[in-house]
Design a protein around this ligand. Structure first.
Ligand code: BEZ
Ligand code: FE
Length: 635
């Protein structure tokens, strides 16, 4: 069952034409007898008329209201209020005058009678925004809500046409965002839809008294929505553009609204359907855009003075603070929205905005992912994949090729062949993850990729064993030590070693070989030392008879790995180290096909002759590898 909460805002509304004449009755109705009249810039004459109508109820006058309700101005007005002994204020004007009336009311408790001259709607909200030393603060308090609002169509009809258009679209934005607000409820929905109908009708008939009446009625309803439920993306974007880039309030609302709607369309389909129905159209965002164009309103942030170079920063700021909105807020998504708004494009009709909506729709499906980390990864991955397709104008045939490639990659995998690992390795992704996850401390031995040739549970071998089981190759004597980061030897460390044969093949690649060979599990002695015999590893091509090999050939890349020995070291109380030691002077050190070589892992395999240190005679040259692995303790 649908659930909602709704709080009514107690205000008296007097609506009509010529209602200004009733101002004295309304002051008296509140039981007040001394009214301070506040009149906006350009509305001095109307202020005079109000004073005249108030007659003995008029206690004084203050005409200095300013944009963003600066506290200094409020202090001046407060002094006048006190001097005159006023017990209520009568405000005639737009958002600035209403703001001043609210600022006085919240400080002194005086009643307010407000006569709005624009469609901003703030006269029916319990919210006050003030500025002090350039810093804006906003507060909500029931005491801020004006007691009486007198809507006089004649007064608002004086609003010049360009201001009427932007002010009306500003009102429209309140109603649209109310419909997809998390606080939405049937009462507010009803007001929002009625507001949209009246505002649209009014915008289409701006020059008629009837049109202005519609606009004012729509503005009242939309303002009431604004006072009742929280707003979303559109309002936050406009605040960012106004607050950080000084763009004018109502024109910014006018430009941004169709684009914010397009952004949210897929994620709030029911709200958009209702807006479209109220507008008598199939697609709400384009209909709003067309309405603005027909009414002669601004359609681009460029014409409002936003520099193209500021678009990126605007997107950063807009995505910075999370807030409730139907479509998830991604930096790329907002950057696209802002760019289109900057350029003045018509939304939704174009392929790009449809894709944005689609991306948002897909991302929204991950909102309920139980595993938060998985949800975060999917939420980030999908917009990047979509952006890849968009940025490269991917064709159907190309993507089919991609699917075929991935299919063949999967089909190539067996128990002993892992083509996806090869793909990750040759794209450098394995090494990136390795650096991120394993190589973070400068005082431990760097790690390197595991590769596809590790086999679980290698044969246990004693100290001094020959892991090559007599296979041909240059003899190698390995003498390594495992220590912790304080250089204390780690005894009993389990060390798995594996490597290719002289021709560059691992045992698992040679079904005829009586394996396992060239791999084994050994343990360090009390001094953390480990000695074994083997053969010198040589460079080798990674398996390149599958799709990954095809990719390397297509890119003109060779498939070779620089010569290396693999080590996996495990010791209780220590972090596992998976790494490789590379033969200094070996081939492909600077073009290893899996990007696995790290400077600290390139070591001397020193040529020697004579017996090996364990006293075994060797005919001809052999190599000696001495190395100390430093491993981290856990915790
Ligand atoms: C390896 O060193 O065993 C290896 C690593 C990545 C891809 C292919 C082979
Ligand atoms: Fe290898």
């Amino acid at each position: 069952m649908e659930q909602f909460t709704y709080t009514a805002q107690p205000a008296r509304i007097v609506f009509g034409s010529g209602t200004l004449e009733r101002v004295a009755d309304e002051v008296a109705r509140l039981g007040r007898s001394r009214a301070l009249v506040l009149a906006g810039e350009h509305l001095r004459a109307v202020g005079d008329r109000v004073e005249e109508i108030l007659g003995p109820l008029a206690a004084g006058r203050f005409d200095g209201a300013a944009m963003h309700t600066p506290v200094e101005v409020t202090e001046q007005a407060l002094a006048v209020l006190r001097e005159t002994g006023a017990d209520c204020v009568v405000a005639v004007g737009g958002g600035s005058t209403t703001g001043l009336a609210k600022a006085l009311a919240v400080r002194t408790g005086v009643d307010q009678v407000v006569l709005p001259s624009t469609y901003a709607g703030s006269e029916v909200t319990p919210v006050l925004g003030e500025t002090e030393d350039g810093v804006k603060t906003t507060r909500a308090d029931p005491a801020i809500l004006p007691e009486t609002v007198i809507y006089d169509v004649e007064l608002s009809a004086g609003l010049p046409r360009p201001l009427a258009v932007t002010s009306a679209v500003n009102a429209l934005a309140h109603a649209v965002e109310a419909l997809y607000s998390p606080d939405a409820n049937p009462v507010v929905d009803g007001m929002a839809l009625d507001a949209i109908r009246h505002l649209a009708r009014g915008l289409r008939a701006l020059d008629s008294g009837r049109g202005r009446a519609d606009l004012l009625r729509g503005a009242w309803l939309a303002g009431t929505c604004l006072g009742a439920v929280g707003m979303g993306l559109h309002h936050k974007l406009c605040h960012t553009l106004g607050g950080s880039f000084g763009l004018p309030h109502a024109p910014t609302h006018t430009v941004v609204l169709p684009h914010a709607m397009a952004y949210n369309a897929a994620a709030a389909p029911e709200a958009m359907r209702r807006v479209a129905e109220a507008l008598g159209t199939a697609d709400a965002p384009t209909a709003v855009f067309d309405l603005i164009v027909e009414a002669g309103g601004p359609t681009s942030l460029r014409e409002l003075g936003l520099a193209e170079a500021d678009l990126g920063r605007a997107a950063d700021l807009a995505v910075g603070k999370p807030y409730p909105n139907p479509a998830p807020l991604t930096r790329d998504g907002l950057a696209g929205l802002l760019r289109r708004a900057w350029a003045g494009e018509r939304p939704a009709g174009g392929a790009v905005s449809t894709i944005d909506a689609l991306t948002a729709q897909v991302v929204a499906t991950f909102a309920g992912t139980e595993d938060a980390r998985l949800g975060a990864l999917l939420t980030d991955l999908v917009p990047r994949l979509h952006a890849f397709a968009v940025d490269n104008d991917l064709t159907q045939a190309e993507w089919q090729q991609g699917i075929d490639f991935l299919t063949r990659t999967g089909q190539t995998c067996t128990d002993t062949r892992q083509e996806f690992v090869l793909l990750s390795d040759t794209l450098g992704l394995s090494s990136v993850v390795d650096v991120l996850d394993n190589s973070r401390t400068p005082d431990t031995t760097p790690s390197a990729v595991l590769g596809p040739f590790y086999v679980e549970g290698p044969p246990e071998l004693p100290q001094g064993a020959d892991v090559s089981a007599g296979l041909p190759g240059t003899p190698l004597y390995v003498d390594v030590t495992v220590t912790d980061t304080d250089d204390r030897p780690v005894a009993g460390a389990v060390v798995d070693v594996w490597q290719s044969n002289e021709d560059g093949f691992y045992d698992v690649q040679l079904p005829d070989l009586d394996g396992p060979v060239l791999r084994g599990r050994l343990r360090t002695d009390d001094g953390g030392r480990l000695r074994f015999r083997s053969i010198l590893p040589s460079e080798y091509p990674i398996p390149d008879d599958g799709p990954v090999g095809g990719m390397l050939r297509a890119a003109g890349r060779h498939p070779y790995r620089a010569p290396h020995l693999h080590f996996m070291i495990d010791a209780p109380g220590h972090r596992r180290l998976i790494t490789q030691l590379f033969v200094r002077g070996g081939r492909y050190l600077d073009s290893d096909t899996v990007f696995g070589v790290k400077e600290d892992l390139v070591v001397d395999f020193v040529p020697r002759t004579g017996p090996t240190p364990d006293g075994a005679p060797v005919a001809g040259e052999w190599r000696e590898l001495r190395y100390t692995f430093r491993i981290a303790t856990t915790g």
